[in-house]
Design a protein around this ligand. Sequence first.
Ligand SMILES: Nc1nc2c(ncn2[C@@H]2O[C@H](COP(=O)(O)OP(=O)(O)OP(=O)(O)O)[C@@H](O)[C@H]2O)c(=O)[nH]1
Ligand SMILES: [Mg+2]
Length: 158
Amino acid sequence: MYLEDRTVRLQLWDTAGQERFRSLIPSYIRDSSVAVIVYDVASRQSFLNTSKWIEEVRTERGSDVIIVLVGNKTDLVDKRQVSIEEGEAKARDLNVMFIETSAKAGFNIKPLFRKIAAALPGMETLSSAKQEDMVDVNLKSSNTNASQSQQQSGGCAC
Ligand SMILES: Nc1nc2c(ncn2[C@@H]2O[C@H](COP(=O)(O)OP(=O)(O)OP(=O)(O)O)[C@@H](O)[C@H]2O)c(=O)[nH]1
Ligand SMILES: [Mg+2]
């Protein structure tokens, strides 16, 4: 994917959630820089289960990992059991990132991956404010009086 002026290549590993594959998951976690933990906003149980998965990732990787909690299926408006506020609060408490998505409706999928890419080590120079929107203001002045008189006369103190 392209992120501002950079190309970021993400390698995605999709683990299976069923219990019989559970023993394979720690090895996926160990080799990953990011863990995306998805629950169904229409299933409170799936939301509760995310605590255990976040814990498992922390056990394997400590703080050396980016964790994103994702509330999926926002298209199921009438069946929603978990509010966005609850999702955000849990993410804040557990110090992980958060986003709601709908894979079905294609809502917030790109932003999810952009969020992940921007959080990767080495992407620190990217910021929400784009470089071209920033103005470099240099207020350095060795002579205060001179700069004041220049300002009063409309001159430049640079
Ligand atoms: N309404 C709705 N259904 C979805 C959405 N995303 C996935 N589903 C459905 O939810 C069910 C489970 O989706 P999966 O992608 O198999 O979920 P999973 O977590 O990968 O499941 P495992 O691979 O078995 O761990 C499927 O029937 C999907 O079609 C969504 O955003 N909205
Ligand atoms: Mg799956």
